[in-house]
Design a protein around this ligand. Structure first.
Ligand SMILES: [Zn+2]
Length: 263
């Protein structure tokens, strides 16, 4: 907490707006004035803890982590990792996707790996993900653009339908399983994207991780082992896997890689 006297006080406008809790025409639990006030208070606290904090960050950012996560408001990268500003480069989208055709995500990965030289890329899915749930239903039940966006998850669903059908009487387990399968698929997408491949070829230290966050208890779970090279990926895919979903994906990706290697 900032010392008394250093903490900015809300303006009279902010106080008035807090009472009405309205934002535009929409009722809102937090007003913009309150958010701006919170921001000033946070900045004052940061300066008090570390007077050079902002001047240091203003000149350079040296994050070691790239976070690829869902846009879901319950899964904020820095907070749940316990890391402050300047430490995590963040890419978030609906369903934590990292497809090679997504220019936004690929540009972000390129900048993070080639310029910032991050050491780790973490793909984080989360249980209770609405995008994954939508991918379990027929396309006509999802709004148009979202429906297009989650096609990669639906492909994963179709690819692993035998595994998912075993859980048809346990919808929440089926949902959880597709969340994990989607993370594994996106980890593979990251590992096989040209930017990461080039970095590994150049000997740049770079690990790729797959995690799932549980919104019910706030805990992150490791789904895939750290992958640090193409050899690592192949060894990982060839090794016996405890996780049935990983084992199944491993088998299919091994076929993919063996085709590439023999071609
Ligand atoms: Zn989500």
């Amino acid at each position: 907490m900032a010392e008394k006297g250093n903490t900015p006080t809300p303006t009279s406008t902010a106080t008035r707006t807090l009472k009405t809790t309205s934002f535009g025409r929409q009722e809102c639990s937090v007003s913009l004035e309150k958010i701006l006030y919170n921001n000033k208070e946070w900045a004052a606290q940061m300066r008090q803890r570390d007077p050079d904090f902002f001047s240091r960050l203003a000149n350079i950012q040296t994050p070691e982590w790239l976070w690829i996560g869902c846009a879901d408001s319950r899964v904020p990268a820095n907070e749940l990792l316990g890391l402050g500003p300047g430490t995590v480069f963040v890419q978030r989208n609906v369903g934590n996707l990292c497809t090679h055709k997504d220019m936004n995500c690929m540009a972000c990965v390129e900048y993070a790996v080639a310029v910032l030289k991050v050491k780790h890329i973490i793909v984080t899915g989360h249980y209770g993900c609405g995008a994954v749930q939508a991918a379990l239903t027929l396309p006509c039940k999802t709004p148009g653009l979202v429906n297009l966006w989650i096609n990669d998850i639906r492909d994963t669903r179709n690819h692993h339908q035998e595994l998912l059908k075993k859980l048809k009487d346990e919808p929440s387990k089926q949902w959880d399983m597709l969340v994990e399968l989607n993370v594994i698929r996106q980890v593979f997408n990251v590992c096989t994207c040209p930017i990461v491949q080039a970095a590994w070829d150049a000997g740049q230290p770079l690990s790729v991780h797959g995690l799932v966050y549980d919104v019910k208890d706030g805990v992150l779970k490791e789904i895939t082992e750290p992958i640090t090279s193409m050899d690592d990926l192949q060894h990982y895919l060839e090794a016996p896997q405890e996780h049935e979903a990983v084992a199944q994906l491993s088998r299919s990706l091994s076929v993919h890689l063996s085709f590439e290697n023999s071609n």
